[in-house]
Design a protein around this ligand. Structure first.
Ligand SMILES: C[S@@+](CC[C@H](N)C(=O)[O-])C[C@H]1O[C@@H](n2cnc3c(N)ncnc32)[C@H](O)[C@@H]1O
Length: 283
């Protein structure tokens, strides 16, 4: 006799399985992955809980849930993820854009508010998230984005194609100095995980995201020095920082001659964004 498996059964068992595997958002993950496998929105799942699934549907759902059980990020399994108004392609070639980085974009847009056609440089662009969001939300901005990872630049290029937004991409190592400006704004979410911290990160990050996007090796300091050389007088630098690092980075900016240094908290109240301005009289 053929056993009937309903959508509700699969959702419940998948959520239990993922919880046993240590996934913190097991139920939500199960809903997203099974919805993806069946081509249904999450809300639609609840309208069809009694629907029997076909064998191919069960197999497709099982494959995604099994991969999630090995702690592959949900975002990689879905292949795309939302960042501000955009839906970007995401995979193991670059960091998955995070909610706190949306606050970085918020600060950039606030600082660019009065500029007519600002020139913006995004340092370490990954998927292109920051650069593309600025180009999307400040259409007059002329945005360039650099990364030293050819994989990241390729993925960002796919996101440029997908969104149709005009962002110039360059394969460029920030330790050789930043591309010549003058830039009205330099923004960066540099690698800032300190040595020894990597082992304590969640498996989704430690095992599936590029270590070159995570491990700090003087990146923040190099961006500050580089930005001071290529910003126009009065231009702004915006940096995402480690959850414990805002005060230290703010001090680095002041020591580097930057003025108007401001620290902004993310939506969880953690100080994650530091900004400053290059004064007119900076040597
Ligand atoms: C934390 S990720 C940020 C990605 C993206 N901007 C975001 O916010 O989602 C840091 C990025 O910096 C890049 N990167 C690391 N070292 C670099 C270097 N020396 N020069 C340029 N980019 C670098 C990594 O490849 C990675 O894409």
């Amino acid at each position: 006799m053929r056993v009937v498996v309903t959508l509700g059964d699969v959702l419940r068992r998948s959520a239990e399985f993922l919880a046993e595997r240590g996934c913190e958002t097991a139920r939500l993950d199960a809903e997203r992955l099974i919805g993806h496998a069946l081509g249904l929105e999450r809300i639609e799942l609840y309208m069809h809980l009694d629907r029997p699934l076909t064998e191919p549907e069960v197999a497709a759902a099982r494959e995604l849930v099994a991969r999630r059980g090995r702690r592959e990020p949900v975002q990689h399994l879905l292949g795309e993820w939302g960042f501000r108004r955009l839906t970007l392609r995401v995979d193991g070639r670059a960091l998955i854009p995070r909610p706190e980085t949306e606050v970085v974009v918020e600060r950039c847009l606030a600082l660019l508010h009065a500029d007519q056609e600002p020139r913006v440089l995004d340092v370490g662009t990954g998927t292109g998230a920051i650069a593309l969001a600025i180009a999307d939300e400040h259409p007059a901005a002329r945005v360039t984005a650099i990364d030293s990872s050819a994989d990241a630049i390729a993925l960002a290029g796919e996101n440029v194609g997908r969104t149709g937004l005009p962002v110039e991409l360059l394969l460029h190592d920030l330790f050789t100095g930043l591309p010549a400006g003058p830039w009205d704004l330099v923004v960066s979410n540099p690698p800032y995980v300190v040595p020894g911290e990597l082992d304590g990160l969640a498996p989704e990050v430690r095992e599936w995201e590029p270590h070159a996007a995570l491990a700090a090796n003087g990146h923040t300091e190099a961006v500050i020095t580089g930005a001071a050389a290529v910003l126009r007088p009065g231009g702004a630098l915006v940096l995402e920082v480690h959850g414990e690092g805002a005060a230290a980075v703010a001090e680095l900016l002041r020591e580097g001659g930057f003025t108007d240094v401001v620290v902004t908290a993310d939506l969880a109240g953690r100080e994650r964004v530091v900004e400053g301005r290059r004064p007119a009289d900076m040597p």
